[in-house]
Design a protein around this ligand. Structure first.
Ligand SMILES: Cc1ncc(COP(=O)(O)O)c(C=O)c1O
Length: 378
């Protein structure tokens, strides 16, 4: 299996916590088979044809209902633009709202592939903004605003990739006020928002979609299956319509007609909700297992907080060590992780590392952390 995080092949006896995706056994094979059969049995002519540029109407109604329930506030289908996943949504936003050389604010650290979309694909000037246990620091945004005029701020507010941290309610309000006062957009990558393990995060930025300041990105990659390549942008209806008028969406007949039609059945029939509830239970067990193993095997040699949702633990080593160099030592121990440096727009975070708990069951997590403990020891 190809691993996008570390760009190596997954070998049978190696445990690579750098892989940021669910394992094969966890994926909803039966559900997708069942909704595909239902959808084909309906026998309409639209399924395999071009669709509506903003995304299939019945899908967006079903998604709006699902999100209204999950977010605890009304979501309207007119606010939704269907995309081919969150990555493609971010790319679309860059195409519409930024030009090469423009400045954007990013969290330090942030999701390494989003940084690549911003910095390499769109040649934007990504300015890192400090984060702490409560997420982005508004005072740091204010300070950066004295020197820069960003077109948007890119944030992952709930169970952030890579730190697992969640932006507090007060800070969300503070950032919205700054966006209004300094005329920039907030691009909130909310792909982990619905993936809490018991206590929901503060209301999403999506709740402010109609303000005209917010573009909230969502995806089925983390709550159903990444191979579906299905996501959305939630924003003010006139903005969502503008996306639909793009040559890309219009020429393509919508960005994901086929799988959105299948997923619509899973949303309407409750299969998505039931699957997500199961995922949250499974991930909670894995988080607990990883935390217990880390306490046992790593102890005071690193510091971490137990994430309340999402996919990741973020470890800060007690001794100064470059985790990119440490990673070279892990090959012999047959264990892997994502070094902190990969998650920085400025080559920082070298003392940190990211561990994903979504890809392995409890026994493999225990064994992998045991091996990691040996690497820390040596
Ligand atoms: C914060 C964040 N955004 C986007 C993605 C990619 O999402 P998608 O598969 O929908 O493109 C990921 C996946 O790791 C992620 O962690």
């Amino acid at each position: 299996m190809y691993d996008r995080s570390t760009q190596v092949n997954r070998s049978v006896d190696s445990i690579n916590f750098g892989i940021g995706q669910p394992d094969f056994d966890l994926l909803p094979h039966a559900l997708i088979r069942q909704v595909a059969a239902t959808r084909f049995a309906e026998g309409d002519t639209e399924l395999l044809n071009y669709g509506f540029p903003q995304g299939d109407g019945r899908f967006r109604w079903a998604l709006a209902d699902f999100l209204s329930q999950g977010y605890g506030g009304e979501v309207q289908p007119q606010q939704l633009m269907t995309t081919a996943g969150a990555s493609q949504a971010l790319d679309l936003i860059c195409t519409f709202f930024a030009r090469p050389g423009d400045t954007v604010f990013v969290e330090e650290p942030s999701y390494f592939l989003a940084l690549r979309i911003l910095q390499e694909d769109h040649r934007l000037n990504a300015v890192p903004i400090a984060t702490d246990e409560d997420g982005l620091v508004p005072a740091a945004v204010e300070e950066a605003l004295t020197r820069h005029r960003p077109v948007f701020l890119y944030t992952i507010p709930a169970y952030q990739n890579p730190t697992g941290r969640t932006l507090s309610r007060g800070r969300r309000q503070a950032l919205l006020a700054l966006a209004e006062a300094h005329d920039f957009l907030i691009v909130a990558d909310e792909v982990y928002h619905l993936l809490d393990f018991g206590t929901p995060p503060p209301p999403p930025f999506a709740a402010h979609a109609d303000s005209g300041r917010v573009l909230s990105i969502g995806s089925f990659s983390k709550i159903l299956a990444p191979g579906l390549r299905l996501g959305w942008v939630q924003t003010a209806p006139e903005r969502a319509q503008r996306f639909a008028l793009s040559g890309l969406a219009d020429s393509g007949g919508g960005l994901n007609q086929f799988t959105s039609n299948l997923v619509r059945v899973a949303l309407e029939g409750g299969g998505q909700r039931a699957y997500l509830d199961g995922l949250r239970r499974t991930y909670r067990e894995r988080v607990e297992a990883m935390d217990a193993a880390l306490r046992r095997e790593i102890g005071a040699r690193a510091a971490w907080r137990v994430p309340g949702g999402g996919f990741f633990f973020w470890l800060t080593c007690a001794e100064p060590v470059d985790t990119s160099v440490l990673l070279e030592r892990t090959a012999a121990a047959r264990v892997g992780f994502l070094p902190g440096r990969r998650c920085s727009s400025v080559g920082g975070q070298s003392n940190c590392l990211r561990l994903c708990f979504a890809h392995y069951g409890v026994a493999e997590i225990q064994e992998g952390i045991r091996r990691l403990g040996q690497v820390f020891e040596s």
